[in-house]
Design a binder for this molecule. Sequence first.
Ligand code: COA
Length: 159
Amino acid sequence: MQQVKVERLLVNYKTLEKFKRFKEYGNQELSMLEDLESNIIENDSESPFFGIYYGNALVARMSLYRVDAKYDQYFTPPQDYLELWKLEVLPDYQGRGYGSRLVEFAKEYNLPIKTNPRINSHGFWEKMGFKKAKYNMERDLGENPLIWTPEGVAEQSVS
Ligand code: COA
């Protein structure tokens, strides 16, 4: 089977309109729209979103952000890592490998990954090789982060 293409999404009115079909449409998208309207960002500038198209329809997306090593509280040795959020596949397109394709794409950077899963998606993340980070109240507060590490990287021990 041909590998499904993952594209970096550009900020423009067309993409923001497509985002409205996703459940997790929220402040991040609204702020991108405001920035576009007030010319704070240029049309077609890079967004943190990556997506998969089926024809002209955007059917799956995720956000990825590279966090600088100096803020790393999860991995050892401390290093740049990826924060992954807003992974979502539209209902009609779930179960066709698009979610896992996006996660595989993120893993290809060969950096550790951290995400905060939605309730009910734990089975998926387990299949993707993610595990619960040891809970650290000061760091995690109300979050239950999951992490994935490439070879040679370990989790920081919680003091
Ligand atoms: N729980 C357990 N396993 C799951 C799962 C879930 N919620 N979603 C998918 N999987 C499994 C699949 O069965 C598949 O396993 P296989 O490789 O053995 O066949 C594997 O994970 C990869 O599935 P894939 O087709 O890539 O998943 P997807 O494209 O549907 O993406 C989500 C997964 C969770 C990102 C996507 O379904 C989604 O956005 N859901 C939105 C709502 C949500 O979180 N639902 C959770 C269930 S209520």
